[in-house]
Design a protein around this ligand. Structure first.
Ligand code: NAP
Length: 262
């Protein structure tokens, strides 16, 4: 299927690794020019080089910086000639017990996982509407539907973003101008974050990392973790010309782990 988005420009935040990288790869494979951001310049440039080698027809630019800061966002926006597609992403907040979290911990989580996407949306959606095409995908978490006890900072910040998007995406001035805004909710995908989170779990339970990973795979209906390429493929479809009637949705990608019918 031709997704009909070749030549568009995408800003993929936090895209040097993991799910963001999966999205950047899938979009570049469709002929979309991409601006990829991350804090660490080395991994960012390595990812950009990989994309340029694999998809020589597309332009790949980088913007190193912390997307949760005004400077990081300004650099990301400045690197993108026009944002037709915005993929909002950032690292997830740390796990822990809410009794230990300070106001500063909460503000950091809200900044990265709620207010940064909102700021980037504010900077881009009205111009998308004027041009008659725009796609925003927010990477959130399956925890929005099924909160994880230890990830209260993430559960709270992402639920806040989800509530805001529910109203914004339905604004007629956006939806009627072919601007869609959707959230993608990953369950366990095999990325660096998943491995480091699981390494901590393995240590706590006294298991080897391999044994712990096997246990976690075994509780998923698919008996495996997701592949970031699968995540990227869904992102590219949501950004496609064909997905103009899909907006304000929360798409769970978790191998069927969420146990509800709806
Ligand atoms: P990952 O493999 O650790 O990759 C994170 C990427 O984000 C890296 O490129 C990292 O590069 C970049 N990044 C992190 N913080 C950033 C910031 N403040 N500014 C700019 N770039 C930043 O993580 P992932 O598994 O892909 O997770 C992506 C998001 O999905 C996270 O919010 C995570 O909580 C959520 N999630 C993941 C899973 C899963 O199973 N993987 C499940 C549910 C939710 P630098 O470190 O160099 O900046």
């Amino acid at each position: 299927m031709d997704l009909g988005i070749a030549g568009k420009w995408a800003l993929v935040c936090a895209g040097s690794k993991g799910l963001g990288k999966g999205c950047a790869q899938a979009l570049a494979a469709e002929g979309v020019n991409v601006v990829v951001t991350a804090r660490g310049a080395e991994a960012l440039e390595a990812t950009a080089a990989e994309l340029r080698a694999a998809y020589p027809a597309v332009e790949v630019r980088t913007a190193a910086g912390d997307i949760a800061t005004p400077e990081g966002r300004a650099a990301a926006l400045a690197a993108c000639p026009q944002v037709d597609i915005l993929v909002n992403n950032a690292g997830g907040p740390p796990a822990g017990d809410f009794r230990d979290w300070t106001r500063e911990n909460w503000i950091a989580a809200l900044d990265a996982n709620m207010l940064t996407p909102i700021e980037l949306i504010k900077a881009t959606v009205d111009a998308m509407a004027e041009r008659g095409f725009g796609r925003v995908v927010n990477i959130t978490s399956a925890a929005v539907k099924m909160p994880y006890e230890a990830l209260g900072l993430s559960n709270g910040a992402r639920a806040g973003l989800t509530g805001f998007i529910g109203s914004l995406a339905r604004q007629t001035r956006l939806a009627s101008r072919n601007v869609t805004i959707n959230n993608m909710l990953p369950g366990p995908f095999e990325t660096q974050r998943l491995i480091s989170t699981m390494a901590a779990g393995a240590q706590r339970s006294g298991q080897t990392l391999d044994a712990f990973l096997d246990t976690r795979r075994a509780v998923n209906p698919t008996r495996r973790f997701g592949d970031p390429a699968e995540f990227g493929a869904m992102c590219a479809f949501l950004c496609s010309r064909h997905a103009g009637y899909i907006t304000a949705q929360n798409i769970v990608l978790d191998g069927g782990a969420y146990p509800g019918t709806l």
